[in-house]
Design a protein. Structure first.
Ligand SMILES: NC(=O)c1ccc[n+]([C@@H]2O[C@H](COP(=O)([O-])OP(=O)(O)OC[C@H]3O[C@@H](n4cnc5c(N)ncnc54)[C@H](O)[C@@H]3O)[C@@H](O)[C@H]2O)c1
Length: 317
């Protein structure tokens, strides 16, 4: 009897892609991981290094090298190409002139191979590239999505956890909007074991500095980048968790760059919002009744993304 293998492709084996591929093995998520990059020597070395680690992984994983077309049988592809040196300015949009033409060129090649699975995008500017992949692939709505504010939400949870002393898993908090400098903290959504932030703050032991938490969250990426010239652990765990949610049809709620189709009064953009992730990718965008100011700030993020999508079109249309 043959069991179906869980096959995941990773395009772009830089700092981020290599960690995603490694985590897919270490966390027992994939049976085969197909590695794809323009640097053929790097691919051979990464594959060798990962195969050397399989002995210590929870189950057998086969790491293979694949062309764009050979990713056809993947259940999920994680897109992680880029040139991280272009982000040194502190603005993820500065990578657009490189990433947009690359992605516009190879997504049709991936599709020409017959790929029919789910694509999760990491490449920056994340919401813009996710929109581009959706357009170029023609895959059904929800089958293309981005890590979006998934990583930023993990950073928010970490910042609150450090200030309140509460465990990361004991409360829920999400960043929304752009995976970029205009992202927002919707304080109204935070729940501590069912209690709202206002209720929690009635206990002085849990009062924390919101401005500092917001600042630490938005600038966390730059703290990481400044000393090592990349970010890799947080983003690769975010993406691997999303891959698992798809492969195991978990219907897990995470913030992700999701297609908005009327939710929050927005249409035609990808934006970071809490979403249900399952076998069909983004299965539902969760719509909250945000207070007036949070809604205004969120709409401003959507305007920024919309303008960047228009700017990106100059590089591929
Ligand atoms: N969304 C997020 O939260 C998040 C977090 C961290 C990094 N990123 C982004 O992820 C991307 C990768 O970051 P990194 O640090 O790994 O970059 P990196 O420069 O270390 O590696 C990029 C890799 O992509 C490969 N590549 C470039 N063009 C390619 C193509 N056409 N086909 C196949 N491979 C190609 C390169 O050869 C290189 O190995 C960047 O866009 C970065 O900004 C996003």
């Amino acid at each position: 009897m043959a069991f179906k293998k869980r096959v995941v492709g990773v395009i772009g084996l830089g700092h981020v892609g290599a960690h995603v591929a490694f985590n897919l093995g270490v966390l027992g998520i994939a049976d085969e991981v197909k590695l794809c990059d323009v640097k053929s020597e790097k691919l051979v070395s990464e594959r060798q290094d990962m195969m050397d680690a399989v002995m210590f992984m929870p189950h057998r994983v086969n790491y293979t090298i694949a062309s764009y077309e050979e990713l056809a049988d993947c259940d999920v592809i994680v897109n992680a190409i880029g040139d991280i040196t272009l982000c040194a300015s502190g603005n993820r949009d500065d990578e657009m002139h490189f990433t947009v033409p690359q992605v516009a060129d190879y997504i049709p090649k991936v599709m020409a191979g017959g790929f029919q699975g789910i694509i999760i995008n990491i490449t920056n500017p994340c919401d813009v590239i996710t929109d581009l992949i959706a357009k170029k692939s023609g895959l059904p709505k929800g089958h293309v999505f981005g890590t979006g504010t998934g990583l930023d939400s993990a950073r928010l949870v970490s910042a609150i956890s450090q200030q309140t002393g509460l465990d990361h898993h004991s409360f829920s908090a999400y960043m929304m909007g752009e995976h970029g400098n205009s992202q927002i903290v919707p304080w109204s959504l935070i729940k501590f074991g069912g209690k709202s932030l206002a209720e929690l703050e009635q206990n002085p032991a849990y009062v924390f500095d919101k401005a500092r938490v917001q600042d630490e969250t938005i600038h966390a990426g730059w703290v990481t980048y400044s000393g090592k010239h990349c970010t890799e652990y947080g983003i690769s765990m975010t993406a691997a968790t999303m891959v698992r949610a798809v492969l195991r049809d978990e219907r897990k709620i995470m913030a992700a760059s999701a297609p908005l189709d009327g939710e929050y009064g927005e249409t035609g953009i990808f934006c970071g919002v809490p979403s249900v992730i399952g076998a069909n990718g983004i299965e539902e965008v969760i719509e909250y009744n945000l207070p007036e100011q949070e809604m205004k700030d969120f709409k401003a993020c959507c305007a920024t993304i919309r303008a960047n999508i228009a700017k990106a079109e100059e590089f591929w249309k």
